[in-house]
Design a protein around this ligand. Structure first.
Ligand SMILES: NC(=O)C1=CN([C@@H]2O[C@H](COP(=O)(O)OP(=O)(O)OC[C@H]3O[C@@H](n4cnc5c(N)ncnc54)[C@H](OP(=O)(O)O)[C@@H]3O)[C@@H](O)[C@H]2O)[C@@H](O)CC1
Ligand SMILES: [K+]
Length: 482
């Protein structure tokens, strides 16, 4: 698991640690880790040209000390100081002593254009708002240069706690972060600025850090969560998932949601709706009925919404699913038809799976506001509906209704997932995991993880059926065949 802690938690743990170690020791640990990543990216340090973008805080200090280490191994270097009179004094002295040159912001773009490596030490967790105007041309030049850009702790200009980006921010190829991940590194739009993530341990005490704001599953976490049949299992004990999807107008959504539900860990899939013939043609193992959910027989979880349309039948289906005493996933058209009150009244878990546009409609926000403030949006939805909410996107987020429970951010997303029917595949899969007994946050985050891996294993440009077909391979890839 990767954990993302708030700036307040990092400051608290840093304060406790600083009281126990020699002054400057933490910065040296950070600089050593940063220099090692820089050396890795350069391949050959001797003769390489390193540029440091140094703000006035400790973030600039880290970058200057790291550059000094590279200079001592034969690199040449220029520090671009954003406020020359307030640069980190010890870092600057070490950099100069190692032979580094110094310039003001105006000399930055020319130096960056010739660089092999740019260390972005403008701001770290002390940064407020986007980049200031004097730093913007430097971020721009770094983005355009051929140099590898390494962000120190965070890409400067992104919000560490929320992942929001107000105005300009540095775009890095890699980010070396210290002690713990920050939520912003795992949530878009900031995550898009961070590139590959590297964590450098500096000795922060987990007890001082406290619970994380955010978590990102890794392979081993997902492998441990995936349901596995035992000797005692039969199809009913493994869970039956009911899928209410598709309509005369959109029969394809039914087939897609079922195609992932049958591959999602439940023992059987019950399909309810007018698409039974199309579903059976693709998945003869499905139990089909064209009545309404209430009369369809027992299930351990319902999925309602993909391609459902909005006629009277669709409305009744959503109502009946929300009245059922089993976990329910509501997606797509189901989100337009649900009554918030009916969701709040439920005792069994509810998982809502909106994309940004649907989330905006549910919240009464603009789509742009949801996209810019994804963490805020998903938490707000979970609180308002008293439900688990999966907000789709390149970093899909899953929030529990209890605000003390960390939000899960999915690290496996890819832009190839932005394809028609991809959401239907995700709902069938997550519903199947719910029926197999996973709690809603685990079902949603595990489904998002596998969905992303399936996309990565498929040959682009991928289609939704490819994605469903790749789920067994994704499952194997994550669980190592176990
Ligand atoms: N956590 C740990 O254990 C360890 C942390 N370490 C490191 O310390 C870093 C935090 O350092 P920090 O607290 O000195 O703040 P930092 O991020 O350098 O920036 C503050 C300066 O930036 C300025 N500034 C603000 N906003 C701005 C903007 N939008 N655009 C431009 N400038 C802006 C502001 O200046 P002012 O407002 O005074 O002009 C202020 O002086 C942390 O990220 C990590 O790298 C490591 O050394 C090892 C141990
Ligand atoms: K930075």
């Amino acid at each position: 698991m990767r954990y993302g802690h708030s700036v307040a938690a990092v400051r608290r743990a840093e304060g406790a640690l600083m009281a126990r170690v020699a002054e400057g020791a933490l910065m040296q640990r950070a600089a050593a880790g940063l220099a090692a990543v820089g050396a890795d990216l350069l391949g050959r340090v001797y003769g390489a040209r390193v540029v440091v973008l140094a703000g006035s805080g400790a973030n600039g200090g880290d970058a200057l000390f790291a550059a000094a280490r590279l200079l001592r191994r034969g690199a040449s270097g220029t520090a671009v100081l954003l406020s020359p009179e307030r640069a980190h004094a010890e870092g600057l002295a070490a950099f100069r002593a190692a032979g580094g040159r110094v310039t003001g912001a105006e000399g930055g773009p020319a130096a960056i254009a010739r660089a092999d490596l740019v260390l972005d030490g403008i701001t770290g967790i002390g940064g407020k708002g986007g980049l200031r105007p004097e730093a913007e041309p430097l971020a721009e030049a770094a983005h355009e240069a051929r140099a590898a850009v390494v962000a120190v702790d965070l890409p400067s200009g992104v919000d560490a706690d929320t992942g929001e980006v107000q105005g300009a921010a540095v775009r890095a190829d890699a980010t070396v972060t210290f002690g713990t991940y920050k939520p912003g590194l795992l949530v878009d739009p900031a995550a898009e600025h961070a590139g590959a993530l590297r964590l450098v341990e500096i000795g922060l005490d987990p007890a001082e850090l406290g619970p994380p704001e955010l978590e990102a599953l890794q392979h081993a976490d997902v492998a441990a969560l995936l349901p596995r049949p035992t000797g005692e299992s039969d199809k009913y004990r493994r869970g039956v998932v009911g899928v209410v999807a598709g309509s005369e107008r959109y029969p394809g959504a039914a087939v897609l949601a079922v195609s992932s539900a049958v591959r999602g860990g439940a023992g059987a899939v019950r399909y309810v709706g007018p698409g039974g013939t199309a579903v059976l043609a693709q998945h003869p193992e499905t139990l089909v009925s064209d009545g309404s959910p209430r009369g369809a027989g027992r299930v351990q979880a319902w999925v309602v919404g993909p391609g459902l349309g909005d006629d009277a039948r669709a409305r009744t289906a959503v109502e009946e699913v929300l009245q059922a005493p089993v976990p329910a996933l509501v997606d797509a058209d189901g989100l337009r038809l649900l009554s918030p009150e009916a969701v709040r009244r439920r005792e069994a878990p509810t998982l809502l799976t909106p994309h940004a546009g649907e989330a905006a409609a549910l919240l009464g926000w603009s789509r742009e506001d949801v996209e810019a403030g994804r963490l805020r949006a998903v938490r707000e939805l979970a609180a308002r509906f008293g439900a688990t909410v999966l907000l789709k996107g390149s970093t899909t987020l899953v929030a529990d209704p209890d605000p003390a429970v960390p939000v899960r951010a999915n690290p496996t997303g890819t832009s190839w997932l932005a394809t028609a029917g991809s959401g239907d595949v995700l709902s069938g899969l997550a519903g199947s995991l719910l029926a197999a007994g996973l709690p809603a946050r685990d079902a949603g985050s595990t489904a998002a993880y596998l969905h992303g891996i399936a996309a990565r294993l498929s040959t682009p440009p991928l289609t939704a059926p490819d994605l469903a077909a790749a789920l067994p391979a994704a499952w194997q890839n994550v669980s190592g065949g176990a």
